[in-house]
Design a protein around this ligand. Sequence first.
Ligand SMILES: NC(=O)C1=CN([C@@H]2O[C@H](COP(=O)(O)OP(=O)(O)OC[C@H]3O[C@@H](n4cnc5c(N)ncnc54)[C@H](O)[C@@H]3O)[C@@H](O)[C@H]2O)C=CC1
Ligand SMILES: O=C(O)CCC(=O)C(=O)O
Length: 424
Amino acid sequence: MGYIEPAPIKDKENPFESMMSRFNVAAQALGLEDEIYNVLKSPYKQVIVSLPVTMDDGSIRVFEGYRVIHSNILGPSKGGVRFDMGVNLDEVKALAAWMTWKCAVVDIPYGGAKGGIKCNPREMSAGEIERLTRTYTQTLIEIFGPDRDIPAPDMGTGPREMAWMMDEYSKSQGMTVNAVVTGKPLVLGGSLGRTEATGRGVMIAALSAMEKRKINPFNAKCAIQGFGNVGSWAAKLLNERGVKVVAISDISGAYFNDNGIDINEAIAYRDANKNSLEGYKGAEKIPGDELLFLDVDVLIPAAMEDVITKDNAGKIKAKLIVEGANGPTSAKADAILKENDVWAVPDILANAGGVTVSYFEWVQNRLGYKWTRERVNRRSDRIMKTSFNHVYEVSQQYDVSLRIAAYIVAIDKVSNTYKYRGGF
Ligand SMILES: NC(=O)C1=CN([C@@H]2O[C@H](COP(=O)(O)OP(=O)(O)OC[C@H]3O[C@@H](n4cnc5c(N)ncnc54)[C@H](O)[C@@H]3O)[C@@H](O)[C@H]2O)C=CC1
Ligand SMILES: O=C(O)CCC(=O)C(=O)O
């Protein structure tokens, strides 16, 4: 199978190549046929759109938007929409593929997609963001649909943007279609438990891995990069289970307190301070990158891609990395982490709690019924725990890292489904 040589990794890795090099190793381990390999590696649909928006000063600015559907083999495609200046086609392609693998790892009936707009929401008014979100939805109206492609929040978006997307889509259909997006406000059919779902899943993945690595949560220290939706919920929930969170960070910098940060206080500070930790006094401010190299048991990157690279992986002291963010570890860093016996619970497993509860939201919308928070949490915890155990067993069986094991589980499922559907 000559085609499955690991993808050449250039000095500066791009996220799609990083994804492909793991995919290739797992495909090789599974002995995947050439035909299926070619189907699974190629995104099903890639759309780039220009979005003219009237700004508050009356000028018109044109933004670039993307939606990539990587696969719809397991079902309608699913994945968030990111508003960030770093958004580009390769990033969205990688994020879409990760969604395919993620849904397969936790065994939910979705394919993978991702979208994004290159913009800086922090510098835009609410009105400008609303017009941009509605234009994006309108321009991609043929792509979206509760049985076709179902967006959700990602970096820079949340329930507010999902409400606008749902409203814009519903108008085009002449009726309310709340199952077209997930992560909505509760009053519009959002699910109890969705806001905290990704952080909660990270907590379950972290505790499951700590058990295997024989790290006692009550003696463990943890550092968390990113204090947005995922990072702050992971911090809060781990802290409630005895883990001492000694460092947190956001775009303003990192904050360290070896005695443990009061997470509820930090969240309250951020919420009262325009969503920023700038000026937080409950910890000492340290340079952002130093957080990654602290002497902790568990490191949770929960901000963005490619923060753990071949250049810094050797400096990581944590025994366990639990990937709240998508793609925080580059492919070249994997080998260094393995050499140093640092385990990484990969993104496509660790942060799958979000899409799992998005699936529950979609199910509830279609049933026209609301589940209790207890039911949502119980079911998502069970899925996360079962999925972790499955990936762990596969890692033992194939003698591979948890990351490659997760890709093996995912690729096996998607390729088998493709065969059953008569794809070839
Ligand atoms: N929200 C969700 O349900 C899910 C999110 N993810 C992933 O988790 C990551 C974070 O997403 P969210 O928490 O939703 O985004 P968010 O927009 O709520 O928060 C992002 C956080 O990262 C911080 N950040 C940005 N650049 C940083 C830097 N250079 N250094 C340190 N911190 C920095 C921001 O200040 C903010 O605190 C992304 O990779 C996203 O794709 C994955 C699965 C689901
Ligand atoms: O909740 C969802 O549907 C997708 C969340 C997402 O974009 C992700 O898991 O990266």
